[in-house]
Design a protein around this ligand. Structure first.
Ligand SMILES: Cc1cc2nc3c(=O)[nH]c(=O)nc-3n(C[C@H](O)[C@H](O)[C@H](O)COP(=O)(O)OP(=O)(O)OC[C@H]3O[C@@H](n4cnc5c(N)ncnc54)[C@H](O)[C@@H]3O)c2cc1C
Ligand SMILES: NC(=O)C1=CN([C@@H]2O[C@H](COP(=O)(O)OP(=O)(O)OC[C@H]3O[C@@H](n4cnc5c(N)ncnc54)[C@H](O)[C@@H]3O)[C@@H](O)[C@H]2O)C=CC1
Ligand SMILES: [Co+2]
Ligand SMILES: [K+]
Ligand SMILES: [Mg+2]
Length: 519
């Protein structure tokens, strides 16, 4: 693994960077491997008062991780001279690189340069290069003007000119560093641009952190003994992270394995599978929308005989026919948070992405709010609107009246895609395309999944790791309003203390009892 010293040879680009790295290397705390480490100091009262959410440390940690540099500590300090000086002094001795964010502006509360100077017990002075730049930006080089505060930096400060990776040209404003302390502005876009233009300062070639993620269906407590064994056995090479998630419908624990040594990583992964049990490993896709179209169309390309693939194919055809017949602006998706329209929405998303790849407008959705909806259901509708970037139309009251309102508020809408299934009440006679009844406001009802069974819906949702309303994991199998819906008795079971629990909806055996939880 090259030391920081050797890296400097590679970045010939701006000799100050090269020189700088040599300097930084000289400061490297001679720990065994001179593995670069970073201590981050986020400076700003506004952060500690909760007025501004610190996004800088998150950005920097993500980027540094990708550069193979380990961030050891983040601290947030107030705009106070001593706080800054003490933290900088301590971090500079402890880590090979220190990054500060914030407090380098012109205002009275921007104290970072003074703080750094105090940390290293050196004076500040107006750096000639920065004075010249202030002259350019603010039209004055008069050092008594408050604007020249930007140029008032510690005596031994270095200026590092980054390169804009897109355009290849050098940035006008330099990043100021003092010994191994890199002083960034707090304004996120400025910090991010400065970092991206100089990330070779932190580069740690030959070190890539390989990661594997394993999703486990069992709860964390029950697998802890095995995790301890894995850790004891592999900790020299592999860092094991365990992250329980109490609200995910697919897994209970997300394990991350991280190592610079690929075979150790695979060995640890195999060990987990062998000791926790293959059936406990969940095939989960954390980003089901990312390649939704390709994945859905791939399932229907093959002449698969899988009955659900055939139903997916016919649902896709119906949606394609709908958006051929109608313009997208004339169509909306009836999305009331139920399991059926969750399937429908994903299918519509996949088809629209496929047919209109450049479409980045919003798909229209309709939610008619009636009775006493479960809060969890409405939260899920919210989440769906965000996830699928929907233009949601919310109406209140009886469906028929609301559809009348829709006629006036959105006269261009002619068709509503619905997740109706033939087993829904009064739906056995419906076709994929059927106008609303004569005494209803006239819309074309498009029902792509009419012929799907209860289990088709669940198989589809779980095959594509689609989020769904959390109530379905608590024994509800069909969702109406609160006063007439309760968990399905067919899913009830008692534990040894006689307490009743409910299995999740996808485990319901007898689908005809789907609406048993509704009176
Ligand atoms: C657009 C539309 C047109 C209708 N036309 C008629 C009609 O002509 N004649 C008639 O007798 N009944 C009509 N209905 C009422 C329908 O038959 C059901 O009674 C009602 O949709 C509730 O069905 P469900 O309880 O099975 O719920 P679901 O199974 O959830 O309803 C099936 C699908 O309808 C859509 N949907 C249902 N309720 C809502 C809602 N509140 N907001 C948004 N979308 C929703 C969803 O896409 C859902 O997947 C219509 C309903 C809708 C939404
Ligand atoms: N272009 C550049 O690189 C430089 C610009 N400046 C000038 O100085 C001023 C900014 O100096 P700063 O050090 O940024 O002042 P600052 O510390 O007061 O931060 C300015 C604002 O950035 C936001 N911010 C700060 N820390 C944050 C964090 N951790 N996460 C998310 N948001 C955060 C807050 O809204 C804060 O009010 C600007 O006027 C800028 O033009 C100064 C030096 C360098
Ligand atoms: Co400020
Ligand atoms: K994906
Ligand atoms: Mg500040």
């Amino acid at each position: 693994m090259q030391s920081l010293f050797q890296i400097s040879r590679h970045c010939r680009r701006v000799d100050t960077v090269g020189k700088h790295l040599v300097m930084a290397a000289n400061n490297v705390v001679t720990n065994s491997k001179t593995e670069p480490t970073v201590g981050m100091i986020i400076i700003g009262d506004e952060i500690l008062k909760g007025q501004v959410k610190d996004s800088n440390s998150h950005y920097l940690c993500k980027r540094l991780y990708r550069l193979g540099v380990r961030v050891k500590k983040i601290s947030v300090v107030t705009d106070d001279l001593d706080e800054i000086a003490n933290e900088v002094k301590e971090f500079s001795a402890k880590y090979t690189h220190v990054i500060t964010s914030g407090g380098i502006g012109p205002t009275h509360d921007d104290l970072t340069f003074e703080g750094v100077a105090r940390a290293f017990e050196e004076p500040t002075y107006h750096h000639p290069e920065l004075v010249k730049l202030c002259g350019k930006f603010f039209g004055t080089t008069d050092v008594t003007s408050p604007k020249l505060k930007l140029a008032l930096v510690p005596k031994s400060a270095k200026t590092n000119y980054g390169i804009n990776k897109q355009t290849g040209e050098q940035l006008i404003y330099p990043l100021v560093s003092v010994r191994n302390v890199y002083v960034f502005p707090g304004v996120p876009p400025l910090l991010e641009r400065a970092f991206d233009s100089l990330d070779e300062l932190f580069l740690n070639p030959g070190t890539i952190f390989h990661t594997k993620v394993v999703y486990i269906a069992k709860d964390e407590v029950s697998i802890t003994p095995i995790l301890n064994q894995v850790n004891d056995r592999f900790k020299k090479d592999v860092i094991l992270g365990s992250y329980p998630d109490f609200y995910n419908s697919y897994y209970k624990v997300k394990l991350t394995l991280e190592s610079q040594n690929m075979e150790k990583l695979s060995e640890a992964r195999q060990y987990i599978e062998d000791h926790i049990g293959k059936e406990q490993l969940v095939d989960y896709d954390p980003h089901p929308l990312e390649d939704a179209s390709e994945r859905i169309y791939r399932t229907i390309e093959g002449s698969g005989t899988d009955p659900l693939d055939i139903k997916i194919k016919s649902a896709i055809r119906t949606i394609e026919e709908c958006i051929e017949k109608y313009k997208l602006s004339e169509v909306c998706v009836g999305f009331n948070g139920g399991k059926d329209c969750t399937v429908l929405l994903h299918l519509c998303y996949a088809v629209i992405k496929k047919k209109y790849p450049e479409f980045n407008d919003k798909i229209q959705s309709l939610y008619i709010r009636r009775g006493l909806p479960f809060p969890e259901l409405e939260q899920f509708i919210e989440k769906g609107v965000k996830t699928y970037n929907l233009d949601s139309i919310s109406l209140l009251g009886r469906i028929r009246d609301s559809l009348g309102e829709l006629k006036t508020s959105h006269p261009h809408i002619k068709a509503v895609l619905m997740g109706t299934r033939a087993t829904d009440p009064y739906s056995e006679h419906l076709k994929s395309f059927s106008m609303t009844d004569a005494d209803w406001p006239q819309f074309m009802r498009v029902s792509p999944i009419l012929d799907w069974s209860y289990s088709d819906v669940w198989t589809f949702l779980r095959r594509f790791s689609l989020p769904y309303c959390i109530l379905y994991d608590r024994g509800y199998t069909s969702l109406g309003s609160m006063e007439n819906t309760h968990p399905n008795p067919k899913l009830a079971w008692r534990d040894e203390k006689g307490i009743t629990h409910y299995k999740p909806a996808y485990l319901l055996e007898d689908w005809h009892t789907e609406r048993d939880g509704r009176n």
